[in-house]
Ligand binder design. Structure first.
Ligand SMILES: Nc1ncnc2c1ncn2[C@@H]1O[C@H](COP(=O)(O)OP(=O)(O)OP(=O)(O)O)[C@@H](O)[C@H]1O
Ligand SMILES: [Mg+2]
Length: 292
């Protein structure tokens, strides 16, 4: 891992020297979800006074509840539903992400990777679950891997939700999102969307996103994106987010791929950092050894 880190640092330094300060700041938060041993049932919303009609609280309360199956969560490595040892890596990442976002006044975070299967959706879901445990924060997680949607399958969602239709402006967010606990909304896609890059770059996107922000006032919006090097979807959407986390697969992603992605992203938005995922061996400072 240290070798990858030092190679990344070297590649960045070389690129920064060439581009004379054009690159965005890039930290290197690292996290690898630990194996799941058990999953708790969904937290019950606490009894609270009836929300004021038309208020943000009422809008949240009106979203249908998402019910999770513990076995499915375990199989899909969703480890951050509850705090504790297994969620430590994700919770550490949450803290660092929140710090950077607050310090910079950022609210929209995209999660991508150079190639497929580096763990973007797993990390996006775990980060969202970890944020959900912070009762004072509202988080919205949306799936923007429109060509190969996976979140509905990972969460066991059967409803015919389509964030693509929300983005297109033909269906409301309120009918295409589910609520987990009191403060996490998740919008998935049941079917692939053919013209994904066109939709992601369309003129209606800013309005669709700001409508959600107006109605739900999320502290954070997380976008689970497709891989960067196989389509132009991420770049078509990049200007709509405040920052991006790049997920690197420890045994699959090359330094060159990360460097290409960082350079492209930095031309449109802020690269918050690189997450090294699927690390087979972790140092004792991260609290666990093998990833499976
Ligand atoms: N830290 C990890 N350790 C071991 N396996 C992992 C880890 N993170 C994710 N995986 C597994 O890797 C596979 C791909 O994960 P995931 O679907 O999250 O990746 P992705 O980057 O979203 O893929 P895609 O590019 O297809 O959207 C899944 O089987 C997932 O369970
Ligand atoms: Mg994915």
């Amino acid at each position: 891992m240290e070798k990858i880190q030092s190679a990344l640092a070297k590649a960045r330094a070389e690129r920064d020297a060439k581009t004379a300060g054009a690159a965005a700041p890039a930290g290197t938060p690292q996290a690898a979800p630990a194996p799941v041993q058990e999953t708790a049932p969904a937290p019950q919303p606490k009894a609270s006074p009836a929300p004021v009609p038309g208020s943000i609280a009422e809008t949240w309360k009106a979203l249908p509840l998402l019910k999770l199956q513990p076995k499915l969560m375990k199989r899909n490595r969703i480890v951050a539903l509850q705090g504790g040892h297994e969620a430590t890596g994700i919770d550490m990442m949450r803290t660092r992400v929140l710090q950077q976002m607050r310090d910079n006044g950022w609210r929209r975070l995209a999660i991508t990777s150079p190639t497929a299967a580096c763990g973007k959706s797993t990390i996006a879901l775990n980060l969202a679950m970890s944020l959900q445990r912070q009762a004072d924060l509202r988080t919205v997680l949306v799936e923007l891997d429109l060509r190969r949607p996976a979140l509905a399958r990972m969460l066991g969602v059967q409803d015919n939700l389509s964030f693509a239709h929300v983005l297109e402006g033909t269906r409301p967010f309120s009918e295409n999102a589910l609520r987990y606990g009191a403060n996490l909304a998740i919008s998935t896609n049941q079917r692939p969307w053919r013209d994904a890059a066109e939709l992601l770059g369309s003129a209606h996107v800013p309005e669709a996103l700001s409508d959600i922000e107006t109605s739900y006032a999320p502290d954070l919006m997380i976008f689970d994106m497709p891989p960067m090097l196989v389509s132009d979807d991420m770049m078509a959407f990049a200007r709509h987010v405040d920052c991006v986390l790049l997920v690197a697969g420890a045994e699959s992603t090359t330094v060159k791929e990360i460097d290409i992605c960082e350079t492209d992203l930095a031309s449109q938005t802020n690269v918050m950092g690189v997450i090294l995922n699927k690390c087979r061996y972790m140092g004792p400072e991260y609290g666990y050894g093998y990833y499976e």
